[in-house]
Design a binder for this molecule. Structure first.
Ligand code: UDP
Length: 365
């Protein structure tokens, strides 16, 4: 069997790595990787291939930095060429980034079976490009692998057949579990002179937060207020850095004291800081899940989450309006040890990719 997995952006690599490992255990399976180039900075791409033990991608499309429509169209066109030449039995796409949609459309156009890993998640926020990507990919997929049962309910409501849905667990958590021992050996905390459980780790990159002046002002005010209470470590996403420079916030961010600003971190360094943080401030999808697994208090600055299990079972709390009083009150509670503890969600056990591989291998494609 020949399988092609499409990756393109940072949150794809940690989902594809356990799948590649799981398929490699089957004799007679060829697992190939197409990298679209959507994220091309070494610290958003190459570092993840290396740290997650992924091979050099079999195909590199080099498509990045265009408008949404152009990016999707070009990745689709280039992917179709590869699919026509390689004739795989199955294409696998993960998550909700633009490369996910483009790769899925290519498979559908060339009439190749398609699996979507992390299917059925819905934020019900149509202003998010990712929400459109999720829905569009789910409706053309043949296999829909979900991370939580709420996702199955969403798919059922949208009329997707039960026979296509498989509650398999969470590949991102597979990677977390697999790489934690290596993350524990990292020395980044010492290098940044941080004390165990004595800092907040922050990530912000959603367009709703970083693409407008008001959003950036909110992030700046958050940093100013929180650093009064606790040291903040903020690895700045390239999109956020570029927008901060464009809107003239970059120097203001650097003028704040009690904050450590870094480039985006590699996976192992980031996990190491995550595990030892006293709390996390984020708008990331994956980080909400990782903090739930690690039982680290997580404040998510968004109106909604497509990952409701991180709220119902996990340590995640939505801070939708950047309300500083509410945020600081909750941070003080956390620092006093009084916060919502996690239970590990069902099937987040490090074996999701093995289950997915087994289901695919047991199905005649
Ligand atoms: N991450 C990382 N370095 C960073 C920030 C995040 O390795 O500086 C990892 C994080 O551990 C998680 C993934 O990137 O596994 C989440 O990606 P991102 O927040 O970019 O995307 P989202 O999950 O929001 O789609």
């Amino acid at each position: 069997m020949k399988i092609i997995q499409v990756v393109g952006a940072r949150p794809n690599f940690m989902k594809v790595a356990p799948l590649h490992r799981a398929f490699s255990k089957y004799a007679g399976v060829q697992s190939l990787i197409v990298h679209t180039g959507q994220h091309s900075d070494p610290n958003m791409s190459t570092v993840f291939l290396e740290q997650l033990d992924l091979p050099k991608p079999d195909f590199y499309l080099g498509v990045s930095g265009q408008s949404y429509d152009q990016l999707i169209a070009e990745i689709q066109r280039e992917s179709e060429k590869i699919l026509r030449a390689e004739k795989p039995d199955l294409v696998i796409v993960v998550g909700d980034v633009n490369s996910t949609l483009a790769g899925a459309r290519a498979a559908s156009a060339v009439n190749i079976k398609l699996a979507h890993v992390e299917a059925g998640l819905r934020s019900f926020d149509n202003s998010m490009q990712e929400e459109y990507n999720r829905i569009a990919v789910d409706h053309i997929s043949d296999f829909l692998f979900t991370t939580e049962m709420e996702a199955n309910a969403n798919l059922q409501k949208e009329g997707i057949a039960d026979s296509k849905m498989h509650f398999a667990g969470n590949c991102m958590i597979d990677s977390l579990i697999h790489y934690l021992p290596k993350a524990d050996l990292q020395t980044i905390r010492e290098e940044l002179k941080l004390q165990h459980k004595n800092y907040a780790l922050m990530t912000m990159h959603r367009p709703s937060n970083v693409d407008t002046k008001q959003g950036l002002q909110n992030i700046l005010s958050l940093c100013e207020s929180v650093t009064d209470k606790v040291h903040v470590v903020f690895p700045v996403h390239p999109r956020t850095r570029n927008k901060m420079i464009e809107f003239d916030f970059w120097n203001k961010l650097h003028a704040i004291s009690n904050i450590t600003l870094t480039e985006p971190l590699g996976y192992l360094g980031f996990l190491s800081l995550l595990k030892q943080a006293s709390l996390v401030l984020t708008d990331s999808g994956g980080v909400q899940e990782e903090t739930t697994y690690l039982n680290i208090p997580c404040l998510t600055f968004r109106k909604s989450t497509e990952r409701p299990v991180t709220i119902s079972k996990g340590s995640n709390v939505l801070m939708n309006e950047f309300d500083m009083d509410q945020t600081l009150a909750y941070i003080m509670q956390i620092l006093n040890g009084n916060w919502k503890k996690s239970e590990i969600p069902e099937l987040w056990d490090g074996r999701a990719a093995e289950r997915i591989a087994q289901i695919i291998m047991n199905t005649t494609i």
